[in-house]
Design a protein around this ligand. Structure first.
Ligand SMILES: [Zn+2]
Length: 74
C-alpha cells in the first residue's frame, strides 16, 4: 500500500491517512495495545477502488517496543 498499489485489487488509487490529526481519537480508536501501559498509533492506507485498509505502526519507538516484547511468529 505504501508503494501506491493495492495488494488485493492492484489499483493505483491509494489514500494515506498518515497526516490525519488526532489519530489517537476517542478511546484510542486508531491504536493498538503494545504493552500494559502503552498504545501505538497507526497510519492507515485505504484503496479508493476496493476499500481495503492496511495499517502500519506510525512511530519507530513503538515498533521498537513490539520488536523487544512481542513473540516472533515462525
Ligand atoms: Zn484495492
Amino acid at each position: 500500500m505504501k508503494n501506491g498499489t493495492c495488494p488485493l485489487c492492484g489499483a493505483k488509487e491509494i489514500f494515506s491517512g498518515a497526516a490525519v490529526k488526532g489519530k489517537t481519537g476517542m478511546h484510542y480508536s486508531n491504536t493498538i495495545p503494545v504493552s500494559a501501559l502503552r498504545v501505538a498509533v497507526l497510519d492507515n492506507y485505504v484503496c479508493g477502488q476496493c476499500g481495503y485498509v492496511q495499517s502500519f505502526i506510525a512511530k519507530e519507538k513503538h515498533l521498537a517496543v513490539i520488536r523487544k516484547k512481542w513473540p516472533l511468529v515462525f
